[in-house]
Design a protein around this ligand. Structure first.
Ligand code: MOS
Length: 781
């Protein structure tokens, strides 16, 4: 940590001064680089010198031990340099702690530490050779024998170990509410006594992110200094975690990740492959590049595990909820306790006096799951919002009206106020755009020839989270700005909102701003997860800009300076000059010469509301904790949306088409409507995908994935996506942060899976409670 943040109060530019940049639909500042092939992704970089190539050999069994590895044939392949197995790695790499244990890893399973196999597709060897082809050939010639034990694949498999999650005691009054099962009142009693009740089970399947950029890692040593090129959502985490695993100081590790070819959570935690590649590079004395195959990506990285739910809802005849009980079961690996525990959100969406919840982890012989776009809300709101639709049917009430009578500005568990909540305005806007008023409630009542039309809806919510962040901003006398922060361009357009912020705050044109991200040599920013980046990073960049402006203005209003006596806040810094209320101006270069004698550099740190004061140390260690959502003691902050879907189901074949989706979202200040719309629309497409297409199929005997490639892992193609409408609702939230930003990267897909399934019920009368909705599930009826 070099410079500290200035301790004097910041002079933010007047709130309503002309701000042409923020909020205007703006093309990405990196658009040209991306479409011309100039953008360098982690996989594009070869470590400067000709790297050796690595190829992984992964386990054919899910549980047991390696009894023998015969390297003879592999070593005979010309060009083979090194073969790393448990026999020559062992404790040279420390397993590292997982996120939940205050570490950096997605999984504690240390593949080359011993002969033990804990999941199918576990790394068994890394073969390094002069060419990719030689490494692949040799990896396939390794003769590996196993002593196999019977694995537990998923729910209902033999040999399961069930562990209670959220095992920590209920937090004390006034503490963070993490790790509790939200509950209030007497839910069981109220449920038993209520006149209208729903008691149903729901399931969501295993899913894999499959970013188009494969899981690639390149490592190069220069003496005792290690450089790692790997696409990442958490560069400071990777740097510190890797140092810990290799037993070297963190300042000897540099991680580089300029552009990321898709992440969605899969690159948020450090995987075990990176340290193995680093060790290989050390052993062969040259850079080593590993590009894992698509199918290996299913098991060497994380994924969304399958979930089960039991939801009990009880209401009066007026539709008002009297009891809500949400139980969830989640799959994890044998040793790790990764969980998403979406009851944190699902118990707080509606007003309800009696709430109970519980989450149970089921430990299986699988790779450890991890973050995948809206990890908790996607499965848990599928269950809740399906149950709400069933309740609306039981009540003979319109599903939108059911949400309206249960709307609230106060979360029901602790009575904390939402900083802002526009759920019903979203429903009203989306319903109007969709034409919901024309819906006839009877299932099968809307038809177009042989096609049954179904209309459904559901709520979306996503926590507004932020972490401590830092940034350096430099302004030159010519009005050029350089912004530096180690945030992550994962496709969301973060460089563009950073540039917009700096241009806006310092009054320069957008094309005068250079943004540098993606390198652990830059000041740290939080993990690009939990939809926090725009809020965390733009606010700290604004703070650094305010510091620069303040220094210029202070010098300009000093005694004997040209603006002596002018109120500092009334001076406008824009268009390369300072302007006073009386119209007098001074060129920026002149003002800066007085203030600093040249370029001005400002380093800023920001600790958002709810984040602990020592968060900066954690941030520099790559452990910046996010605050927000339902985890604050004085308030609750979420972004909301309403999801509407139209499906067409063929009367005879039961072919299902999502012919139209409409979503309306309120997420505070929209920094860049163009990229924000892309984010939300991408989420909507993914919502359709989650409802109708995606599932990783698991062989229950071998605990292996069947469809571990893009040919058989179904995702929608253009023909599956007909009409997607994305509506923003203006929302001003002065509490969440200075700029009023709520994250929205993970808001667009939440709830749409339920909206589609609800539409399928409306079309057919068949309630599909296990995603994805597929033809065979509609034929049984
Ligand atoms: Mo996102 S799943 O929070 O990286």
């Amino acid at each position: 940590m070099s410079v500290t943040a200035p301790s004097e109060p910041m002079l933010l530019a007047p709130k309503d001064a002309a701000k042409p940049a923020i909020g205007a639909a703006t093309s990405r500042v990196d658009a040209r680089l991306k479409v011309t092939g100039g953008a360098r992704y982690g996989s594009d970089i070869d470590g400067g010198r000709q790297p050796a190539h690595g190829y992984l050999r992964t386990s054919a069994i899910a549980r047991g031990r390696i009894t023998r590895i015969d390297e003879t044939a592999a070593r005979r392949v010309p060009g083979v340099l090194e073969i790393l197995t448990f026999r020559n790695v062992g404790d040279r790499i420390k397993p590292g702690k997982t996120f939940s244990g205050q570490g950096y890893m997605g999984s504690s399973i240390a593949p080359l530490a011993s002969d033990r196999i804990q999941h199918a597709g576990q790394i068994v060897a890394l073969v390094v050779a002069d060419s990719f082809e030689a490494a692949r050939d040799a990896a396939q010639r390794l003769d590996v024998s196993y002593a196999e034990e019977r694995p537990s694949a998923t729910f209902d498999s033999p040999g399961l170990k069930e562990g209670l999650t959220n095992p920590k005691p209920k937090s004390k009054e006034g503490e963070d509410s993490e790790d509790e099962n939200p509950k209030v009142g007497d839910a069981a009693g109220a449920f038993a006594a209520a006149p209208v009740r729903i008691d149903q089970h729901y399931e969501t399947p295993t899913q894999h992110h499959n970013p188009i950029e494969l899981f690639t890692t390149t490592c190069a040593w220069n003496g005792d200094e290690l450089t790692v090129w790997e696409s990442s959502q958490n560069m400071y985490g990777f740097k510190n975690g890797l140092a810990e695993q290799l037993g070297i100081p963190a300042d000897k590790v540099r991680t580089v990740s300029p552009f990321v070819g898709g992440a969605f959570g899969s690159r948020g935690s450090l995987t075990q492959r990176t340290a193995i590649v680093a060790l290989a590079a050390k052993r062969v004395g040259r850079p080593v590049r590993l590009e894992a195959t698509r199918s290996q990506g299913f098991t060497i990285a994380t994924y969304r595990a399958e979930t089960r739910h039991r939801v009990r809802l009880a209401a009066g005849h007026d539709g008002k909820l009297q009891a809500l009980i949400h139980e969830g079961w989640e799959i994890s690996s044998r040793p790790d306790d990764y969980k998403v525990a979406g009851t944190d959100a699902s118990t707080r969406l509606y007003a309800c006096p009696n709430v109970d919840s519980n989450v149970t982890i089921v430990h299986t012989d699988r790779n450890t799951p991890g973050f995948m776009r809206s990890p908790p809300e996607t499965p848990y709101l599928f269950a809740l919002e399906s149950a709400m639709d069933e309740l609306a049917v039981a009540l003979k009430m319109d599903p939108v009206e059911l949400r309206r009578v249960n709307d609230t500005q106060v979360e029901p568990i602790k009575g904390l106020p939402y900083t802002s909540r526009a759920l019903m305005p979203c429903f009203d806007a989306a319903a109007a755009a969709f034409g919901w008023a024309k819906r006839t409630p009877e299932p099968g009542s809307m038809r177009d020839g042989d096609w049954l039309i179904g209309w459904g809806c559901a709520s979306s919510m996503y926590p507004t989270q932020m972490g401590a962040a830092s940034a350096r901003v430099t302004l030159s006398p010519q009005g050029r700005i350089v912004v530096q922060t180690a945030t992550h361009e994962i496709g969301q357009g973060v460089m563009t909102v950073i540039a917009l912020t700096a241009a806006d705050q310092l009054g320069v044109p957008l094309d005068q701003v250079t943004v540098e991200v993606g390198d652990s040599r830059l000041p740290p920013s939080p993990v690009a997860g939990g939809s926090n980046s725009t809020a965390s990073v733009c606010n700290v960049v604004a703070k650094a800009c305010a510091d620069i402006r303040e220094r210029i203005v202070r010098a300009a209003v000093a005694p004997s300076a040209p603006f002596a006596g002018v109120a500092p806040a009334s001076l406008v810094l824009a268009d390369g000059k300072l302007t006073a209320p009386d119209g007098r101006t001074e060129p920026l270069a002149q003002a800066m010469a007085r203030a600093a004698g040249g370029a001005i550099e400002a380093y800023a740190e920001n600790i958002p509301h709810g984040v602990k004061p020592d968060a900066l140390q954690g941030l520099y260690k790559g452990q910046g904790k996010l605050a927000g959502g339902a985890k604050m003691k004085d308030r609750i902050q979420f972004a909301f949306g309403a999801q509407f879907a139209e499906v067409r189901v063929h009367r005879l074949t039961r072919e299902v088409r999502a012919s139209r989706v409409v979503g309306a979202y309120a997420a505070g200040r929209i920094m860049n409507p163009k990229t924000a719309k892309s984010q939300l629309m991408g989420g909507q497409v993914w919502g359709i995908s989650a409802a109708l297409h995606e599932a990783t199929e698991i062989d229950r005997r071998s605990a292996r994935y069947y469809n571990d490639d893009l040919a058989e892992y179904l995702i929608p193609v253009n023909a599956d996506i007909t009409r997607v409408e994305t509506i923003f609702l203006p929302e001003q939230d002065e509490k969440v942060n200075d700029l009023g930003i709520k994250g929205l990267g993970e808001l667009g897909n939440v709830g749409l899976n339920a909206a589609v399934a609800n539409a399928v019920w409306h079309a057919t009368g068949v309630r599909v409670r296990e995603l994805p909705v597929r033809i065979e599930k509609l034929l049984v009826a």
